[in-house]
Design a protein around this ligand. Structure first.
Ligand code: NDP
Length: 245
């Protein structure tokens, strides 16, 4: 596809697997050309593209580490040079480095906060400038219930995910008049690699619905927030967590 094409374009960070892959697939199903970002999972990202194509959609895998400003800018500039608009950005990339705060190595603090918050800065700023030129766009960032209630053993992750909410609410107010909406989805426990080490049997009792969520259940909410059906929704946090509080 070339830049003369008026295709709708979505960027999803960390979209090789898990929730990001489900979001990429969901957006492609409603007609977006999807830039599937990955950092290490190249094969998984290529598999996401294959799944998109199998459903009749289109997209491309894009390698960049959201914490690396230079690498991120180069990849986004390349995309911007080929597409007139970026309609949707989903900040999904995230990591955990759990442990009690009093024992937490500095690196574990910085890596988690950097991925979520510096990653948000590095990707969202250039994309917003592109969206602002057309006075149109939607940004959705994936936070967590940890950012709302604080999870024991996740001070770094809870701080990062709460920060994402603060940044998104501030940004929503700044760009509302530019036709850009900024929202947050806060999942509870979702069945992905991120929770494969988590002992779920004990935790299911804390979920009123009694089960973990599926990535597709998050992706559908993201798709809604990106759509014109959500045209009057901005600066909001939508929980997708089976009723957890
Ligand atoms: P996964 O571990 O399956 O996926 C995380 C994704 O983030 C991977 O695709 C990974 O890419 C990407 N990523 C990590 N660091 C970077 C980076 N520096 N640059 C680019 N991409 C990066 O987990 P989930 O799918 O579960 O997580 C998706 C999001 O949902 C995260 O933000 C997570 O915090 C959030 N979340 C998840 C919950 C859950 O229960 N699963 C609950 C609440 C929130 P790669 O593999 O290429 O390195």
């Amino acid at each position: 596809m070339d830049a003369s094409n008026d295709v709708k374009v979505a960027i999803v960070t960390g979209a090789g697997k898990g929730i990001g892959r489900a979001i990429a697939l969901e957006l492609s199903r409603v007609g977006y050309y999807v830039a599937v970002n990955f950092r290490t999972s190249r094969e998984a990202a290529e598999e996401t593209i294959k799944l998109i194509e199998k459903n009749g959609g289109q997209g491309e895998a894009q390698a960049f580490d959201v914490t690396d400003a230079g690498e991120t800018k180069a990849a986004l500039d390349d995309l911007f040079s080929r597409y007139k608009t970026i309609d949707v950005l989903v900040n999904n990339a995230g990591i955990t480095k759990d442990g009690l705060f009093m024992m937490m190595p500095k690196d574990n603090w910085h890596q988690v906060v950097d991925t979520t918050l510096t990653g948000f800065y590095n990707v969202t700023k250039p994309v917003l400038r592109k969206m602002a030129r057309r006075k149109h766009g939607s940004v959705v960032s994936i936070s967590s219930i940890a950012g709302l209630i604080g999870n024991r053993g996740q001070a770094n992750y809870s701080a990062a995910k709460a920060g994402l909410i603060g940044a998104s609410r501030a940004l929503a107010a700044e760009v509302a008049q530019m036709g850009i909406r900024v929202n947050v989805v806060a999942p509870g426990l979702i069945d992905t690699d991120m929770i494969k080490e988590v002992p779920l049997d004990g935790l299911k009792g804390m979920i009123p619905m009694g089960r973990v969520g599926q990535p597709e259940e998050v992706a559908k909410v993201v798709r809604f927030l990106c759509s014109d059906d959500a045209s009057y929704i901005t600066g909001q946090v939508i929980s997708v967590n089976g009723g957890m509080k």
